[in-house]
Design a protein around this ligand. Structure first.
Ligand code: CWD
Length: 928
């Protein structure tokens, strides 16, 4: 800015000398050391000499400049602080281009009628400022009572937030205490008016940031920023939806003449600041300080003759009173003894500065410049007061600007400007946000993706579509709804180059829609843009207008083809194998228990002989179980309990299996079966016949890459390794085709790949597109399984854009009214082209083992029980026989003589019976 001012001044044709701005690079030093050395540095510079000093002082180094200026009589034009010289001085050497805000503050306080204020300050300057304020107030209104509560702001900007939180907490407690002390309830909020007086724009902006994030902020708080360092352009970047803010503006950054000069300067020097750099107000004061210096020298030459400075400079060396240079400490600094001598032209130049009157016509950036002859402070200047009152939200806040002129006060008559004044009548307007927004036409960036944004088809003979009419889709309808609900929201839609959503590049920049927002080509991005933490750091997102998740898209399975073995399909293969094994197992069990159990034996009398037989031979056992399985009967049945247990279990088993088979067969043969090869993400991950992939570099790929869930990690590793194998095999076959790759470059490519890969490729994409595509012709894709995660699509704006608040309210309003659901139905389901009824293939799948495992367990338990019973039967019978034998032996030994007679009688009885049984001739006659 100093160089720009030098260039501006030297370009003037009415001045026949140039100002030469000397600069000196300071050696690298800690700021504390710099302060320490500043005096020496300035004194060294004086040995070569200059005509006046220009500096942006701060409260730490002001004293050093002040000493040198007053002592050597070297005028100082300060562009940073507005301190005045001691009032008794009639020959001020220090002149401040930065105007004092005290009078403006007091006028404002009086205009508002405030009696209590809180004054937050940096420290050193506060005493002097308050003194000036009160002296002005007592001169103007001796009876006006003003109470000031002082707060010292921390010197470290990092602590501002903590400071403000404490401060707000303290105010709340005070209010509480006042309510408790008072006999009456204090319901009305007590207004708190805070004057913030911080040094420099940087600190003031840091304070604003902290204020924005501070807790316990209340609507009755009014913050006034008393230095001229922030204006509405700075404030537009902050959200203050509750509190009132006032700032003072003296430098209009949008000033056309300034912008033009700046552009010229940029062209000439190809450096310095760019057109987008924000210029702090202190830089504008520095610029004007140079103009003041030039003008003062011109006045001095006019007053004292052109030759006044002729002998002062010879080959860049100042000669003061005929001697080289100026010496702060002449005895220490030179070998020749010389008396201390002040600057011979200092007083004349200071006198000339007092006469300077510059206006915007002379090129000043901060308005009229004139100095008080006694204090050296700027006088007769005017400033704008900008008041920001909260509206429904910060977008709709009311910005009032009015002018103030020193000595005159506020120009509240016809010259008061009200910008963006809220109209009460607008409250009656329909919609949720009745007031007028700050900016009226927005650039909206989007991407072409079905059915969110699509190019509208033109019917033959229709005129060419222009502007927003070129597009249709969910997002376009959403924008229309937003425009209806945010009053004054108008927009122009354009498509992101390369249809990119926005991802962070290795150099930290962003491409796609996010990039457009950051470089301010677009104000809003409306698209299926996922809210991610990485993006949220770069831009602001609204509340989600739609939720979705990553899902699996596969090709619909072909309809079932029946073959000669289709009858087997109602039962799964494992059931068939288990059933066959059970058949063998049960048959053998029945055989064994029958062979073992004595109760299964029959004594038959055949051809004159008694024989012991068992009908359950191995062959008969297999026949018996097979007949039971086929729901048929046999002529043999078990008689022993063990055999009966085994048979009953088998009958129960066959009952369940056969009825399940019958039921399943009917469904199988009548329904068109379309069983998908995979039914969930686990199925997909645990197989390798079907390849699967995602869009390369997209948010879905990022989800898998960054996931810590083992299943998704495994899937990502599979995708990466498969892709590498594919690339290597492409290299070996020297093929340029990338159509086999599992990573695709767009969603359309992925969907196409699913369609053409004959069921050997599954694509992972967001559910919204999945559902849309599955409902479109040729109806050959389908979504399987649950979503892998939950995502939200949000509307993105540049950080700090107050439009976000309106968008949030509008989205919530549309959601509550069901408008968003209506839109979703319109674009997804009402326009569906496929019959969704036939795609339900899971209803007639083969019966699997897990559903009928119980009957296998029952069968097994039955077999074990039957064997145990057979063993018990055997032991029981054996025991009984032994006892009988013992009894007989005892009886025989007692009745030996009768034995012969008994034997002949028994023989006769047996002969008689045999002849009877032969008459009946039944093979199955049984003695037991
Ligand atoms: N995006 C995506 O990854 N899959 C999709 O189906 C659609 Cl419609 C969009 C982009 C994603 N939402 C993003 O913001 O990157």
């Amino acid at each position: 800015m100093l160089r720009l001012a030098e260039m501006t001044f030297n370009a003037r044709s009415d001045v026949d000398f140039d100002v030469l701005l000397g600069t000196r690079d300071l050696p690298p030093m800690e700021s504390a050391t710099l302060m320490w050395n500043l005096n020496r540095i300035i004194c060294d510079e004086m040995k070569l000499g200059f005509m006046l000093m220009l500096a942006g002082t701060n409260f730490k180094n002001y004293g050093i400049y002040e000493d040198i200026a007053n002592h050597i009589k070297m005028p100082l034009i300060d562009w940073e602080s507005s301190k005045s010289a001691p009032s008794e001085s009639t020959e001020p050497m220090i002149f401040s281009v930065a105007p004092p805000a005290e009078q403006l503050l007091i006028d404002y306080i009086q205009y508002k009628g405030w009696r209590d204020i809180v004054y937050i300050h940096d420290g050193k300057n506060a005493d002097r400022t308050l003194r000036s304020m009160f002296s002005y107030l007592h001169r103007k209104l001796p009876a006006y009572q003003l109470f000031v509560d002082n707060y010292l702001a921390p010197s470290d900007e990092e602590l501002f937030r903590e400071f403000l939180n404490d401060f707000h907490r303290r105010l709340s407690t005070q209010h509480q205490m006042k309510s408790n002390d008072s006999s009456e309830e204090i319901d009305d909020p007590i207004p708190v008016n805070v004057i913030v007086d911080l040094e420099g724009g940087y600190r003031t902006r840091a304070f604003l940031r902290a204020l924005e994030e501070s807790v316990l902020v209340k609507k009755e708080y009014h913050y006034v920023f008393s230095n001229f360092d922030v204006d509405e352009t700075d404030l537009a970047g902050f959200h203050f939806s509750l509190i009132n803010i006032t700032c003072f503006r003296i430098f209009d950054k949008s000033n056309k003449r300034f912008q033009k000069t700046r552009a010229e300067f940029h062209d000439v020097y190809r450096g310095g600041f760019s057109n987008t750099d924000s210029i702090p107000t202190s830089a504008a004061f520095a610029h004007d300080a140079i103009l003041v210096a030039g003008k003062a020298l011109q006045i001095a030459m006019n007053d004292h003759g052109k030759e006044i400075f002729d002998k002062s400079f010879i080959r860049h060396q100042l000669f003061n009173r005929g001697k080289k240079g100026l010496y702060c400490r002449p005895h220490e600094d030179t070998s020749e003894t010389r008396q201390f001598e002040s600057f011979e032209h200092g007083a004349k130049i200071a006198e000339a500065i007092k006469k300077v009157v510059l206006t915007e016509k002379d090129g000043t950036l901060t308005g009229r410049i004139q100095f008080d002859k006694i204090t050296g402070q700027r006088t007769n200047f005017s400033a704008d007061v900008v008041e920001i009152k909260p509206g429904v939200n910060s977008l709709n806040s009311v910005w009032e600007r009015f002018q103030w002129a020193q000595g005159e006060g506020f120009l509240l008559g016809g010259e008061r400007h009200v910008h963006e004044k809220k109209k009460d009548s607008s409250l009656n307007k329909k919609g949720i946000l009745p007031s007028k927004p700050w900016k009226l036409r927005f650039n909206v960036v989007t991407v072409l993706v079905k059915p969110f944004v699509m190019l509208r088809r033109r019917n033959p003979g229709e005129p060419e579509l222009k502007g927003n009419d070129r597009f249709e889709g969910y997002c376009i309808d959403l924008l229309n709804l937003l425009a209806k609900n945010i009053s004054g929201f108008e927009y122009d839609v354009f498509i992101s180059d390369g249809n990119k959503y926005g991802s962070r590049q290795p150099d930290g920049s962003w491409d796609g829609m996010i990039g457009y927002l950051l470089n301010e080509t677009a104000d809003v991005a409306v698209a299926p843009l996922t809210i991610t933490q990485e993006r949220e750091r770069a831009v602001d997102f609204s509340k989600p207008f739609m939720t979705t998740g990553i899902s699996i898209l596969i090709k619909k399975p072909e309809k079932q083809e029946f073959n000669i073995f289709s009858f087997m399909e109602p039962l799964g293969m494992t059931i068939w194998i288990f059933t066959l094994s059970s058949y063998f197992g049960v048959s053998l069990t029945i055989f064994l228990v029958s062979w073992f159990s004595p109760y299964e034996k029959r004594i038959e009398f055949k051809r004159g002989e008694f024989t012991v037989t068992n009908e359950f031979t191995l062959y008969n056992s297999f026949w018996f179980t097979l007949a039971a399985f086929m729901q048929q009967g046999t002529d043999i049945l078990p008689r022993a309990v063990s055999g009966r247990i085994a048979s009953s279990c088998w009958w129960f088993f066959t009952l369940i299996i056969v009825s399940s088979y019958t039921a399943n067969l009917a469904a199988f043969l009548t329904l068109e079966r379309m069983t998908p090869p995979i039914e969930s993400v686990d199925d997909l991950a645990n197989q390798n016949k079907i390849l699967y992939g995602v869009v390369e570099g997209g948010s879905t790929a990022a989800f898998f890459e960054d996931s810590i869930v083992p299943l998704y990690k495994k899937m990502w590793n599979f995708m990466v390794s498969t892709s590498q194998k594919q690339i290597e095999s492409e290299k070996q076959t020297i093929s340029n085709s990338t159509s086999n790759r599992i990573f695709v470059s767009s969603y359309a490519d992925g969907i196409e790949k699913v369609r053409t890969s004959k069921g050997k490729y599954a694509f992972l994409l967001e559910e919204t597109t999945n559902n849309y595509e599955s409902g479109r012709r040729p109806c050959d894709t389908m979504k399987v399984g649950q979503n892998l995660n939950t995502l939200g699509y949000g509307i993105a704006t540049k950080i700090g854009n107050p439009l976000r608040v309106s968008l949030n309210l509008a989205i919530l309003y549309l959601q509550e009214k069901g408008e968003l659901k209506k839109l979703e139905n319109k674009w997804w389901y009402d326009r569906g082209q496929c019959d969704t009824g036939t795609s339900d293939g899971g209803t007639s799948s083969s019966l699997n083992l897990s559903k009928v495992a119980g009957i296998f367990y029952i069968l097994l338990a039955g077999m074990v029980l039957s064997m145990c019973t057979a063993l018990i039967e055997f032991l029981f019978r054996k025991n009984k026989e032994n006892r009988e034998k013992e009894k007989n032996r005892m009886r025989n030994s007692r009745q030996k003589p009768k034995k012969a007679i008994m034997a002949s009688c028994q023989k006769a009885t047996k002969m008689k019976r045999r002849s009877k049984s032969e008459e009946v001739s039944s093979p199955r006659s049984t003695l037991f």
